[in-house]
Ligand binder design. Structure first.
Ligand SMILES: Cc1cc2nc3c(=O)[nH]c(=O)nc-3n(C[C@H](O)[C@H](O)[C@H](O)COP(=O)(O)O)c2cc1C
Length: 275
């Protein structure tokens, strides 16, 4: 069943958060340190249970690109015995945290490989109303690339990414920088907790609308497929976004216009190689 914001989360139970650590340095990593600081701040606001998934310890091999998850179904993935239980935990969580360091100005191979196993969720998203935050650490630069990637990934799964945080690990020896990080950590925790409690659907930003349109175009061209059935059952072929949340009219119009152009050019075989 698709996740839905019920706004009626049992206030008596702790918040359930699943945190993915995409650093090969596991509990030694800055990524883990930052996420545990966020956890501590969340705990100060409300009882919170964070389960950590260290991607290096998950130990899945490189995704072999068979696309069975997309074309046949997620349970047909050769690594489903490992990925399936993690997906079930994601379903149950009130919120997700995706954290990774910057390696060569990009997300780590570890995180990239992990999210490849969830390609089906970009085609058949279900986490609507589930809140997520993303975090990246780098000694110098590349935070934005990684934060954008993590935000785009969680958004494509249906999550509302409510805030993000990039930290320069090389600055963490300087007390005045640590103070600033701590202030940001507090703010991130407050936003995350408050958005989970509100339980409202977030309004999609323009890239999320474009992603919806791209997926819509793709699913349309796959009759008799798992994706087509999923989209038909939800009435998404006639929609402008997955959910009925109000959308900025300008962004909605632009996304519709670009999607129609894309569709026409694909139909006519007018697409050009990318240079
Ligand atoms: C293979 C490799 C590539 C890296 N590339 C970058 C980079 O492009 N930009 C940067 O600022 N730091 C880079 N770093 C430094 C890490 O991003 C930095 O130390 C980070 O805080 C490590 O996080 P972690 O402790 O969570 O693993 C790189 C480190 C490694 C091991």
């Amino acid at each position: 069943m698709d996740a839905k914001p019920d706004g009626g989360r049992d206030p008596g139970r702790p918040l359930k958060i699943l945190a993915f650590i995409g650093s090969p340095r596991n509990e030694e990593s800055w990524t883990w340190q930052i996420v545990t600081r966020i956890e501590a701040q969340m705990q100060a606001l409300q009882p919170t249970e964070v389960e950590y998934v260290f991607l290096q310890k998950v130990g899945v091999p490189f995704c072999d690109g068979c696309l069975t998850c997309v074309n046949v179904g997620e349970s047909a993935c050769p690594e489903y015995a490992t990925i399936g239980p993690i997906a079930a935990k994601m379903d149950e969580a009130d919120g997700l945290i995706l954290g990774a360091p910057v390696h060569t100005f990009a997300v780590t191979g570890l995180m990239k490989n992990f999210v490849e196993y969830f390609m089906y969720k970009r085609n058949r998203p279900s986490f609507f109303g589930k809140k997520a935050i993303v975090t990246a650490t780098a000694s110098g630069g590349g935070h934005t690339q990684v934060l954008d990637f993590l935000e785009g990934t969680a958004t494509a799964w249906g999550c509302d990414v409510v805030t993000r945080l990039g930290v320069s690990s090389s600055q963490m020896k300087k007390p005045h920088y640590v103070e600033k990080v701590d202030a940001c950590v507090r703010e991130v925790a407050e936003v995350f907790v408050s958005e989970i409690n509100k339980g409202e659907l977030g309004s999609p930003k323009f890239p999320a609308l474009m992603n919806f349109r791209a997926m819509q175009n793709m699913a349309r061209r796959q009759p008799d497929s798992v994706n087509h059935r999923y989209w038909t059952e939800r009435g998404w072929f006639d929609k402008e976004y997955y959910t009925d949340v109000p959308i900025n009219p300008w962004a909605r119009m632009m996304a519709g216009y670009i999607a129609r152009k894309m569709r026409r050019s694909i139909r006519k075989g007018n697409t050009k190689p990318i240079r």
